[in-house]
Design a protein around this ligand. Sequence first.
Ligand SMILES: [Fe+2]
Ligand SMILES: [Fe+2]
Length: 191
Amino acid sequence: MYKEILEKVQKEFTINQKLHPRYYHTIGVIEMALTLNYHHQLNLDPAKVFLASAFHDIAKLLDKESMLTILQQNFLEEANELKDYPAVWHSFVGAVYAKEKYQINDEEILNAIKYHTTGRPNMTDLEKIVFISDYIEKNTRTEASMIEARKLAYNNLDEAVKKILIDTIAYLEKNEKSIYRLTKDTLEFYK
Ligand SMILES: [Fe+2]
Ligand SMILES: [Fe+2]
């Protein structure tokens, strides 16, 4: 199964016969999430960890038009609000895309994909390790704050979630980008 999934992800991230860096990031997330599951003895089914990680960014390279269409068709309530937060789109869209194109029907996996950018209050362990691994994986996340968060993640997952949100919000503020409500709610919860 694992090999076939990786081939699908690889195909999705191949543009003009070249593999997009997003593929290496995805491999890093798979490795990190499996490591955290083992390290913290979360006893999550490794197949679930693998699938959620492998598909977390699956919609990342879709064009904006398709993303907006999928959002409007599937998240009527959130679609309007989400308009101003394009960085979040691929997570919500990814959950739909993974379900429809790759027949992922497990709600826990779909939610881990859906909330990997914003997190949400009271995350499941699976949601948490995908959210964290997205920020700290070793292949492309090389900034000091990311390495710091990686150290934290081995000690305490909730502390890592908190740090990642604080860093993310600080980054968005610095770049004068608005912060999605759910991101703020998640930080409130983990503070
Ligand atoms: Fe992402
Ligand atoms: Fe990612």
